[in-house]
Design a binder for this molecule. Structure first.
Ligand code: ADP
Length: 614
């Protein structure tokens, strides 16, 4: 497992993570478009049922008031049982209608949420699939991806339901407000005012909470990573042996304590402000009640009106706070949406842009190639020149960080050179689409994939058009010397890995043989071996190198290796040092030269080299 060096694990504050986020004018409309396209039918159903439902509270209050007034009048004996029953029927009718509407509303919301989850996930995955390798190597982009994916289903639905809720709240407020306003001039303003303090508090702390979470994104990732080290099956041996569990746990906990401190601070302040707000509300409601009771004492309002007041207060308070919370909820959800949009707006790399390359590659020529990783200050390759022809094998040698893997990334068009050119058959490679050029190349990376899928998938995904090509897979497996496949319970169809039930775990060397088979399976004219023998034993290495020589005859082979026993088989060897080619030639030539290559070779041959005996 690579990556995650000490630097990347230091708590870093993402400069854009804090107050810097702000929504853009078009975000609301864009979000609603996403919701609408996810499912027009369910959006309409949800909107219609919500709005109809919003008029029900006022209707209920009004029928309730009529009923109470009738009951009060019946005490005086001038009301028929029939008219009471009619009112009751209305009330029951309203209740039934309410249940019906909320049933439809709930169903529409659930289905709409599901469609949205699927639709937005799909857009994120599409986007991720089209992003360049360099975007994945950039921490900020990676944070965005993670955050967008985490919030995927809930946020757009939140914006839509809250927006519809706002319109519904206006309907409810206007209708219930009209009923309450009849009770006296000051009553409605007081009731409205009483709802504000609570809403203000919840809004203020909602935004703060969001900012806190955003600040924590990076640290939370580091914490997660630390946790994953403790629960990883591949790392458990190393972790146990070096015994650094307490260190990992301590760091994991330090992050937790940091989050906890921020949370406690927010919770404490929120509780204080919340308490103050409810006191203020109670005071205002008290004043309104006193005013109403004054009018009741004067005989100006009846029992039905009083019930409108009492029930109306709760209704108005609930609706106002729903309204304002909805506003701030929309704002907060739009902040999350901005994050999603920022992610979706990241530049794509169109791997199909350019002319289509077809046919085998006969020559590769690097002309003065230089490269600097985006957002860094240092050229990691400078003035690299070499030519390699069909039938030849080229080995790249050099210490860690010399630029070997970067050279391969440029060759395979995962990155583009920042200066110089790469010629294929004499033509500038940049003219051709990366995808079409990549089709002619096959590679085994040092950190090759161990796909938790079947053996066949592990090999054939190198050329998915040929997933069903069983003989082809068998041949590649044979070439790679992965004979162990024959003894697996379901041979090619055996599921691999420990992640899923029934999977067979393989050894490091076996996984690597499958990665080799994957390389052979693709019918390519350029083969790249990035440390192919690192996980293989001596015999396996010998076999692999023999096979490689057989394979390489009508192809171009690139080889990165620390083992000179492997490197010496190459026709041409480039020694890279700090991004510059310092020596080039065949094994014999380089030895005769007595330079760096010769001294490294002698060191290893003596058995004391960094890679042990050859
Ligand atoms: P090698 O394969 O010879 O060990 P690499 O090509 O991986 O070396 O790395 C060459 C240099 O580029 C190193 O200094 C490394 O730190 C730097 N580097 C590699 N990958 C990245 C990246 N994604 N972003 C920035 N710098 C990188």
């Amino acid at each position: 497992m690579r990556g995650g060096g000490p630097d990347s694990m230091r708590p870093v504050r993402d400069a854009k993570g804090g107050a810097g986020v702000s929504i853009r004018p078009g975000d609301l409309l864009d979000t609603l478009k996403i919701v609408w396209t996810a499912s027009p039918r369910h959006t309409l159903t949800y909107a219609a049922t919500s709005l109809l439902g919003s008029a029900l509270p006022a209707a209920n209050l009004y029928v309730g008031k009529l009923l109470l007034d009738e009951v009060a009048r019946s005490v005086q004996g001038n009301v028929t049982y029939q008219s009471l029953l009619t009112l009751l029927a209305f009330q029951v009718g309203l209740t039934v209608l309410g249940s019906l509407l909320s049933t439809f509303q709930g169903a529409a919301q659930q289905l709409l949420g599901d469609s949205l989850q699927h639709g937005v996930s799909r857009r994120i995955l599409d986007k991720a699939a089209g992003m360049s390798v360099e975007a994945f190597e950039n921490a900020e982009t990676y944070d965005k991806l993670q955050q967008a994916y985490r919030e995927v289903g809930t946020r757009p639905l939140g914006v839509a339901t809250q927006l519809i809720g706002l319109v519904g709240a206006v309907v409810t407020l206007v209708s219930v407000g009209a009923l309450i306003a009849q009770l006296g001039f000051w009553v409605l303003p007081l009731v409205l005012l009483a709802s504000l303090p609570g809403v203000w508090v919840s809004n203020r702390f909602g935004v703060e909470n969001y900012r806190m979470l955003r600040w924590q994104t990076h640290d939370a990732r580091v914490q997660n990573y630390l946790g994953s080290l403790l629960t990883s099956d591949t790392l458990v041996k190393e972790v146990r042996l070096f015994g650094f569990e307490p260190y990992l746990l301590r760091r994991w906990r330090e992050y937790y304590l940091g989050f906890r401190k921020q949370l406690e601070d927010i919770v404490r302040r929120r509780a204080l402000w919340g308490f103050g707000a409810s006191l203020l509300s109670a005071l205002l409601i008290g004043v309104a009640s006193a005013l109403i009771l004054r009018r009741a004492a004067d005989g100006m309002i009846g029992v039905g009106d009083f019930s409108v007041f009492i029930l109306g207060i709760a209704q108005v308070q609930g609706t106002v706070s729903g309204f304002l919370n909805g506003l701030s909820g929309i704002y907060q959800n739009l902040l999350y949406m901005r994050n999603l949009f920022e992610f979706l707006e990241l530049p794509d790399r169109d791997l199909n842009a350019g002319e289509t390359w077809s046919g085998p590659i006969h020559t590769i020529e690097f002309q003065d190639v230089g490269f600097r990783y985006p957002l860094t200050e240092r050229d990691v390759l400078r003035g690299v020149n070499f030519t390699v022809r069909r039938g030849q094998a080229l080995a790249l040698v050099g210490e860690n960080g010399a630029g070997k893997t970067t050279t391969v990334k440029l060759l395979t068009r995962l990155f583009e050179p920042t200066s110089g050119r790469i010629l294929l058959n004499g033509l500038d490679s940049a003219r051709f689409s990366p995808r079409s050029v990549q089709k002619e190349m096959s590679i085994i990376f040092q950190d090759f994939g161990q796909y938790q899928m079947s053996v066949r998938d592990n090999v054939a995904i190198a050329e998915v058009e040929r997933l069903a090509d069983r003989p082809g897979v068998e041949q590649a497996i044979e070439q790679a010397g992965a004979a162990f496949v024959g003894s697996l319970p379901d041979t090619l169809d055996t599921p691999l890995g420990r992640l899923f039930q029934g999977g067979r775990q393989l050894s490091g060397g076996q996984w690597q043989r499958l990665a080799l088979a994957r390389l052979y399976f693709r019918d390519a004219s350029v083969l790249v071996f990035d440390e192919p023998t690192a996980a293989l034993d001596a015999r396996a290495e010998f076999e692999t190198m023999e096979a490689l020589r057989g394979q390489a005859r009508d192809r171009i082979t690139f080889l990165i290796s620390h083992r000179f026993s492997t490197v010496r088989l190459a026709d041409h060897i480039l020694v890279l040092d700090g991004g510059v080619v310092t020596e080039a030639g065949s094994h014999a030539e380089l030895l005769a030269r007595g330079g760096k290559y010769a001294s490294l070779y002698r060191l290893q041959a003596s058995g004391y080299g960094p890679e042990g005996a050859p």
